[in-house]
Design a protein around this ligand. Structure first.
Ligand SMILES: [Zn+2]
Ligand SMILES: [Zn+2]
Length: 160
């Protein structure tokens, strides 16, 4: 099936060049690709181009500080808040998190929750407001009650 041409506006001051149009299509392709696809593509690009390899090292690795030749991941997933963070931007109040666990609010929010709805735990990501943190009694979607630095997830460090 042939694709219909993109609608053109007469008000645009300068006609986008072929190059700009291509860049836009690439940008939307990157936005819509899966994470696994992007990871594979980036690995391939690094193998094919030494320049890309160096750029990827610059953006994704950081000197670990102890010994100059050792590098470590620039981005880690925090073991506390489970968010990705930049290890070069990890200040003392960067991480806001709950040390406790989320308990479902069975008395009110999930009062009508029957067995036909499946396990209540499955709603943790979808409806955090139906859960209560046992560390501070805050709702599941409320900001963390502890503030400190992000902690790298265990076993994620890799030296090069
Ligand atoms: Zn808390
Ligand atoms: Zn964190």
């Amino acid at each position: 099936m042939p694709t219909s041409p993109l609608p053109t506006t007469t008000t645009t001051p300068s006609k986008p060049t072929q190059h700009a149009a291509q860049a836009h299509i690439l940008s939307t392709a990157i936005q819509s690709a899966s994470l696994t696809r992007l990871q594979t593509v980036l690995q391939e690009i690094c193998l094919e181009s030494p320049e890309a390899y160096n750029l990827a090292c610059q953006k994704l690795l950081v000197s670990s500080g102890k010994r100059k030749r050792e590098s470590t991941h620039r981005y880690e997933i925090c073991a506390q808040c489970k968010q990705e963070y930049d290890v070069t931007q990890n200040c003392s109040d960067a991480c806001q998190w709950h040390p406790g666990v989320m308990e479902p609010d069975m008395d009110e929010f999930f009062a009508d929750h029957g067995p036909e709805h499946g396990p209540v735990e499955d709603y943790r990501d979808e409806m955090p407001e139906g859960f209560v943190w046992d560390c501070c009694d805050a709702r599941g979607d409320e900001e963390g009650c502890e503030v400190n630095v992000h902690l790298p997830g265990v076993g994620k460090k890799m030296r090069m």
